[in-house]
Design a protein around this ligand. Structure first.
Ligand code: GTP
Ligand code: SPV
Ligand code: MN
Length: 598
């Protein structure tokens, strides 16, 4: 058996590491201490092994490029499992395996998988170390890429072990890239054991186990037990000129605009109003009811793992500034000057470069089917510290988080969903969120563009039965004196030719302004069968020219299409059987009534 020196006297942790090492058989065990010194050594090793490529040190200091396997570029939802003793506890929307079978199957893949490799031990905290919101995890991995990413995305190192003490609770996260074989890939969650096993992948959401696996699937399970929420949400603050800041949390499915909104830059036309936007988080929000009766939120992460394509100085100049240093780029195009490029980056496409698969690339190249070959993968990403971001909130390290005034659910839908509407109350808001649907993007393996129901943007991330999750949401609403108001937005409504009707990005502030006015009872709204929509005159359009009637079109409710939508909502609800809270059927019937009668 491999022996190792441990910096902690946490017996359970040390025993677990011993067991996992006996299974994976690494040559060596190395503890990650979070120091700059150790990070530099790891970077050197990864450069030598070719796992990362050094980028131009003058133009992009501390930045690296990594290429993953072509079949390992997005989360593989069909290989992701919730392993509870009872199948019904995973619910109809999760893949399920019994813990016994899952451990047995994965054990075969893990066996000896780390031979000739080092097993890195990463103690990490999701949330500021020591905050009552925070949770500790320990990830064991044979990938330096994972270590380097975790150093950016989470708080790693010795102070985490100190916080953990000799007996503290932690999530056991085991990862091996093994031979990166998609046929031997599994992402397994054991909520009843506070354990995650991931094997056969090297891609972000599959392997940075503090992110979706722990902070949503496992944390969601814990949150239900302990009375809090773990959500796929950005958190942003909007500061008025008088210095007052209001916080909004927003759930959008993957690659539907959370990162962009979290660091939005006010559009020209609204600039004289003097708003400033502060970024708390772009992907995950943990929320608790405080003694003041408000919902408070923290971002458990310390970095952004953002979508590269489409990121430019116009769409997101804060992010462009953020990713100039200490950033890991994954699956983007490498330019001859050792900088990077992607579709929708600033400037022209380079004359040539090395594409995300490591092949020579020139603009205009086509594949056998005649489709343009992309320089960067559509789900190429960057990993970068939040601290780099010019709009990073000063409340980031506060153990208390921020109070949430409004929760926004956003979907990508060419039709149906209007630009914005407000729910009538919390229960109706939970119905709106539970029935949201969105088009698939490149962030999932699957058919891009297809509409699927994605409740709370959590379909792939809910670690237990979604019917129980809806019930938990309903119960949370009852526990608050000042529940946030719930809204739905859609930046992606399109005309018949498929062109977006709304300019989006910074211009979205116009909608957020209306949302905050609603929260502060400053503006009336129009009651429709689906909720309150703005009177078009109440959306400040200063400096934004749109075609006559475009805003009206964006806010239009197509009653017939909504009646159609009811059918698919019914189908969706029916799969939960008796487990679905009756309040949601009540809301369904009320909506049906309103669509008929008004
Ligand atoms: P994950 O990291 O996968 O959870 O995604 P995300 O929700 O943070 O998505 P992100 O902000 O990275 O946006 C993904 C894509 O949506 C990018 O291509 C953006 O350019 C595009 N996008 C973001 N905001 C808007 C918008 O307001 N309008 C339009 N049309 N596109 C947008
Ligand atoms: C998402 O897909 O929602 C992401 C990227 O934020 S990943 O970490 O891969 O889940
Ligand atoms: Mn996400």
């Amino acid at each position: 058996m491999i022996s190792f020196e441990s910096p902690t006297n946490h017996k359970k942790l040390n025993d677990w590491i011993k067991q996992m090492a006996a299974l994976c058989q690494p040559d060596k065990i190395a503890w990650i201490d979070g120091s700059e010194h150790q990070k530099l050594i790891l970077e050197k090793e990864a450069l030598v092994s070719g796992e990362i490529i050094q980028l131009n040190p003058e133009k992009l200091p501390g930045c690296f490029l990594h290429r993953s396997r072509p079949d390992d570029v997005a989360r593989t939802e069909h290989l992701t499992f919730i392993c509870t003793r009872k199948k019904c506890d995973a619910g109809p929307n999760n893949n399920w395996m019994s813990p016994k079978n899952a451990y047995a199957k994965a054990r075969k893949y893990f066996k000896g998988a780390m031979q000739g490799r080092i097993m890195y031990v990463i103690p990490f905290s999701m949330g500021p170390v020591g905050s009552p919101f925070s949770k500790i995890g320990v990830e064991l991995t044979d990938s330096i890429y994972v270590v380097l990413n975790m150093l950016i995305m989470t708080r790693v190192g010795s102070d985490v072990l100190k916080q953990l003490g000799p007996e503290g609770e932690f999530t056991r996260c085991l990862h091996s890239k093994s031979d990166l074989d998609i046929n031997k890939r599994l992402i397994l969650h054991f909520p009843e054991d506070n354990t995650i096993w991931s094997v056969g992948s090297g891609y972000g959401g599959n392997v940075l186990l503090g992110k979706k696996c722990m902070s949503l699937r496992i944390a969601g399970y814990l949150g239900r037990k302990e009375g809090w929420l773990a959500e796929h949400m950005l958190i942003m603050g909007i500061e008025e000129p008088n210095g007052h800041i209001e916080y909004i949390a927003g759930a959008f499915p993957s690659a539907c605009g959370k990162t962009n909104m979290a660091m939005l830059i006010p559009p020209q036309g609204l600039q004289k109003k003097g708003y400033r936007v502060w970024t708390v988080g772009d992907d995950i929000s943990w929320m608790r009811i405080d003694s003041d009766g408000w919902l408070w939120a923290i971002n458990p992460e310390a970095g952004f793992f953002g979508v590269a394509p489409g990121t430019n100085s116009k769409s997101n100049s804060n992010m462009v500034k953020t990713i100039q240093k200490n950033t890991i780029y994954t699956n983007v195009l490498l330019k001859p000057d050792k900088t990077v490029w992607w579709e929708g980056a600033d400037g022209e496409a380079p004359q040539q470069g090395i594409d995300w698969q490591g092949r020579l690339w020139k603009p205009g190249m086509k594949d056998e089917q005649g489709n343009a070959i992309k320089g960067a993968h559509p789900n190429s990403r960057f990993t970068t510290p939040i601290a780099n971001c010019p709009s990073a909130s000063f409340r980031l390290e506060q153990h208390h988080g921020v109070p949430v005034s409004a929760i926004i659910f956003g979907a990508r839908r060419a039709h149906l969903a209007p630009l914005v509407y407000e729910s009538f109350n919390w229960q109706h808001g939970v119905f709106v969120a539970a029935t949201m649907a969105s088009e698939l993007t490149a962030a999932q393996v699957g058919k891009v563009g297809q509409v699927r129901r994605d409740p709370m943007a959590m379909l792939p991330f809910c670690g237990y039965n979604m019917a129980d999750y809806f019930r938990h949401w309903l119960r949370m609403g009852k526990g608050m004196m000042h529940p946030p108001r719930i809204f739905h937005v859609n930046w992606f409504r399109a005309d018949d030719k498929g062109n977006f009707l709304w300019p989006g990005y910074g211009e979205n502030l116009r909608v957020l302004e209306w949302i905050l006015d609603r929260c502060n009872n400053k503006v009336e709204a129009i009651k429709t069968p689906i909720g309150f929509v703005p009177n078009p005159l109440d959306v400040d359009m200063t400096g934004l020219s749109m075609q006559d009637g475009a805003l009206e079109k964006l806010l239009e409710i197509d009653r017939k299409a909504w009646v159609e939508e009811l059918k698919s909502i019914k189908e969706f609800f029916k799969q939960f059987g008796k487990a679905l809270p009756k309040e949601l059927w009540q809301e369904y019937e009320s909506l049906q009534e309103r669509l008929k009668s008004q």
